[in-house]
Design a protein around this ligand. Sequence first.
Ligand SMILES: [Fe+2]
Ligand SMILES: [Fe+2]
Length: 375
Amino acid sequence: MKATDRDINRRTTINPAFNAVARDEFAAMIDADRYLDRSGQFENIISRTNEHFWDPEDADYVDYQQAAPKDVPLIPYGQVPERHSAIWDTLDEGQRIRFADETLRFRLSGVLHGEQGALSLSTGLADMFLDPGAQEYATNQAREESRHVHAFALYMKSRFQSEIAPPSPTLDRVLKDLVASDIIYEKIIGMQMIIEGLAMGIFAGFYQEANDPLLRRVAQLVMTDEAFHHNFGQLWAAENVPGVSGELRDQLEDFSREMFQDVLMNLVGADQKILLYQRCGIDPDFAIGAMNEVMTDEVRRDFMREETNIFRTLVKTLWTAGLITERTRGFYQRWVDMDEIAGEGTWTVGQDIAEEGIEDLKKINETKRRIVKKA
Ligand SMILES: [Fe+2]
Ligand SMILES: [Fe+2]
């Protein structure tokens, strides 16, 4: 690890429960004094992992054999930004259904790469955190991310003949940078707060609106895990961000803004979707032009309001974490009404969906335990 990265980690870690070393400093892990130096901060999240156990291979949790809906797209047109543009006028009903399904195929391919990114990033965190509780949290997260990789891979197999698209250029760059980074704040703001926050929004949208019951179920189950990962990010922010001072604080805020811009463009930027347009027989230059035409500031804001509040949620998360101040407020104002955000109480998207899913899982897991006991 570079000396500057080490210094940044030291200066942005206010609560010692988040102390970290370099990934290859195993010697620090077998220091005899470390094992009992455990913070109680993570015990609640850790002890709840069994409550939301699920297994993508077990039809009691999720049945991948169920039929796909007929004559409707897997996701509603409301989740397809192109419907606002001239692209839509060139498509007949059958082509619109195919475009919506292909949009989902590309979006879920991105989700799958994101899940792998989260898995690789959390094993990195487990190598870096010194606190045994923080390590146990990170390894649990890695275990859950590998479950998500499994679940979405099975979905791609079931609905898209296993055709998984490569990551968009932006997603490719962002995931590689975050996984490789030795800076704790980049890893946590980038993954647990922004990407996981975005994922919660996307999954909530699938759960509430998808036409495919299989997608709704997978989204709900994944959310029972993701809610905790996103909470961990918020806990890190609450315990550390307010204590960071000076230039470094600005650095955290700028990094958040850049990440927000990247994930936003990855999801709605027409230049990131060339493969999708080509696959659907739409000229990419025409598509990019048509999308740029409709993406005025006004439309953007309306659009953000409609899209199950995915980006609104992210802005809210960053605002609550103290990662948006007057310095960057203007940037976010282009996308969401910041007065509205600032005036609301705290809320987390998808928390209620996750809790409902956990109640369901507790019941299923209870019957499984009984069967084991009888045998
Ligand atoms: Fe995940
Ligand atoms: Fe996650």
